[in-house]
Design a protein around this ligand. Structure first.
Ligand SMILES: NC(=O)c1ccc[n+]([C@@H]2O[C@H](COP(=O)([O-])OP(=O)(O)OC[C@H]3O[C@@H](n4cnc5c(N)ncnc54)[C@H](OP(=O)(O)O)[C@@H]3O)[C@@H](O)[C@H]2O)c1
Length: 198
């Protein structure tokens, strides 16, 4: 199947690419290198990249920057960066990417454990991660044209993420399409690496 990995050159993305490549056609996208370049902050940039890539079976986002700093020193620019990059950037991926995903496909976003387990310095990142997970939970119900994700595809993506995250445990928020099998039927899927503070 054809799977776009955005953030393909990063720590998580490069490991995901390596694993998914064993069974799928992977299209690597990042801001400065890869098969295609896109900046998730810009919808236009994503539209250009997806227009060139064409229809795909799945999108995996392993990108998004946010600022880790004590609340007292977080600036307006820090909040703007966090909200525009990790949160709205990945929202943009769903808004644009969902127009290019074939029936039975999926979109995977990456949040982080700080959504559920905040710590000093995580105010901006916790805000973004929790917002992202709220968005993912809600957005799938508006993607009514999405069929349930093919079980094989969902399994391969979850396994690739689990292995890519190494010793980090992995929690996935799967949105069941039919309410029966959360592990194999997802329309949107949020990957939240845990035990790592981002
Ligand atoms: N690594 C962890 O332990 C961990 C733990 C919890 C959560 N996370 C989350 O997982 C995600 C990925 O983390 P990572 O550690 O793999 O990051 P990383 O190593 O910094 O890699 C980021 C990747 O995203 C690309 N990228 C950055 N900004 C982009 C943009 N605006 N548009 C398009 N591509 C962009 C980078 O490409 P360029 O270099 O070309 O810009 C690179 O391929 C992040 O959301 C992070 O918060 C990571």
């Amino acid at each position: 199947m054809k799977i776009v990995v955005i953030g393909a050159t990063g720590t998580i993305g490069s490991a995901v690419v390596k694993l998914l490549k064993q069974r799928h056609q992977v299209v690597a996208v990042s801001r400065s290198s890869g098969d295609y370049r896109a900046d998730i902050i810009s919808k236009d940039s994503l539209e250009t990249a997806f227009g060139a890539i064409g229809k795909v079976d799945a999108i995996v986002s392993a990108t998004g920057g946010a600022v880790f700093k004590p609340l007292a020193v977080l600036t307006d620019a820090d909040f703007e960066k966090s909200l525009h990059d990790k949160l709205m950037g990945q929202v943009n991926i769903v808004r644009v990417g969902s127009q290019h995903v074939l029936s039975g496909g999926s979109i995977t976003l990456t949040s982080g454990v700080l959504a559920q387990r905040p710590m000093p310095g995580s105010a901006a990142i916790s805000l973004v991660n929790a917002g992202l997970e709220g968005f993912a939970r809600a957005a799938f119900s508006d993607l009514a044209n999405f069929e349930a994700t093919k079980a094989e595809l969902a399994t391969d993506i979850v396994e690739a993420l689990a292995v890519a995250l190494g010793k980090l445990s992995f929690r996935s928020l799967l949105q069941p399409a039919d309410g029966n099998d959360e592990n194999t039927h997802a329309r949107t899927l949020t990957c939240a690496p845990v035990d790592s503070h981002r």
